[in-house]
Design a protein around this ligand. Structure first.
Ligand code: FEO
Length: 399
């Protein structure tokens, strides 16, 4: 049974939702599932934009066959070779023996690496500026290396002004029958997941995202059709602005995110006491996370949102508490920048976590470390009140 939706003149969504996958890339929890978007253009020539994950292969295949209505598939454009989109290429190759595949040179190389078959001249390399005329539609290709792999390209349909944007502008979350962002309450229900997706999947590649944003800055884009999540046909400035901020590593808000590691609740108490002071002082955008119980991808999404971060860590085996160390490693790996960071350290006999956090953060770009570090010796005591107030004051001064 098919499940497709019309996107624009001659263009149909033929993708599928996956609600069975527990972790995207076997790393990131997706409690709301994920959609693998694929788009079919029914013109004089028929063109499929990307495939889907093999987990939804049967549904995807049925959708493509239904939408084609018995017509052959002429072209498959491979914008991205990551298997969440490319795995089903094998199904299409076998179903449609005359199918031509188009992709970047690196996509061609990866096709050979991922699949056992030799496509011979059925694969054709395309590069930026190349055109595919299909009848009423004219598609041009835009190189988008490292958004999110090196072979990535985007595709622009001149007839409908649709930008097929590969992973860019994607989000976690199954579509649940919706297709367009204007059919949902995006800000309330989706923005956090879009940000979490961006930070963790594309976050490291801010420079390449900026480069590709500039490429279509002067082009009229009416629709943005990503490979995951809703399609944008209204209020495009909203998501473009978010992408601009995210890819320049600029915070969206002046909020404060406090994340702590705590073995027995003492470092957690200090984080809570600081949060109370900030809340009392009127900071509305304030969140506290236990790094042992909150998935790192959620914390990274929050770091992408807020301008100030507080990290609190016990000293553990003379080093950092492992969940805190994992956070700092991930911040470096994803190239977090332009944040103010305050520190709370704890150590019962030789506190070292403050120094270690400071050293790790000094190795990152444009991180402003606040001068006051709150040091606990095992537990938060009334005597720490002054230090706590000083830390809160310094945080507040920059908001
Ligand atoms: Fe949705 Fe980078 O794959």
């Amino acid at each position: 049974m098919h499940c497709t939706r019309k996107l624009a003149q001659d263009i149909y969504w033929v993708g599928a939702d996956d609600r069975r996958l527990e972790k995207f890339e076997n790393l990131f929890p997706i409690p709301r599932g994920v959609s693998y978007n694929s788009y079919l253009i029914l013109d004089e020539k028929t063109v499929l934009m990307d495939g889907a994950d093999e987990a939804v292969g049967k549904v995807f295949e049925e959708n493509v066959q239904y939408a084609l209505g018995g017509r052959p598939l002429d072209y498959l454009i491979i914008q991205h070779m990551e298997p969440d989109h490319a795995a089903c290429i094998a199904r299409m190759v076998h179903l449609y023996p005359e199918l031509k595949l188009l992709g970047s040179a690196q996509a061609g190389m990866m096709l050979k690496q991922f699949f056992p078959f030799d496509l011979g001249d059925r694969f054709e390399t395309v590069k930026e500026g190349d055109i595919l005329a299909t009848g009423n539609h004219t598609l041009s290709f835009i190189a988008a290396p490292m958004v999110h792999w090196p072979e990535v390209m985007m595709t622009y349909d001149m007839a409908t002004q649709t930008l097929f944007s590969a992973d860019a502008f994607g989000t976690f979350g199954a579509l649940d029958g919706h297709l367009f962002a204007d059919e949902l309450d995006f800000e309330r229900e989706w923005l956090a997941e879009a940000r979490r997706y961006y930070a963790n999947i594309v976050g490291k590649y801010g420079g390449p995202v900026q480069a590709v944003l500039k490429k279509f800055a002067n082009q009229q884009v009416s629709v943005i059709a990503p490979l995951h999540g809703p399609v944008w046909r209204q209020n495009l400035e909203y998501i473009l602005h978010k992408y601009d901020l995210w890819s320049r590593y600029q915070p969206e808000t002046q909020g404060v995110v406090i994340c702590y590691g705590s073995m027995y609740g003492n470092t957690a108490n200090a984080a809570a006491a600081l949060a109370c002071r900030l809340g009392e002082a009127g900071v509305k955008d304030l969140a506290v996370y236990d790094l042992s119980t909150t998935h790192l991808s959620t914390v990274m999404g929050e770091i992408w949102r807020a301008g100030t971060l507080v990290i609190a860590s016990p000293t553990y085996n003379g080093g950092l508490y492992p969940p805190v160390e994992a956070l700092l490693n991930d911040m470096k790996a994803l190239s977090v920048q332009n944040r103010r960071v305050a520190l709370i350290e704890n150590g019962s006999w030789a506190p070292a976590s403050g120094r270690l956090m400071r050293t790790a953060l000094e190795g990152m770009k444009n991180i402003t470390l606040l001068g006051n570090t709150l040091t606990l010796r095992s537990a938060l005591k009334e005597s720490a009140e002054e230090q706590l107030d000083a830390l809160a004051k310094e945080i507040l001064a920059g908001l």
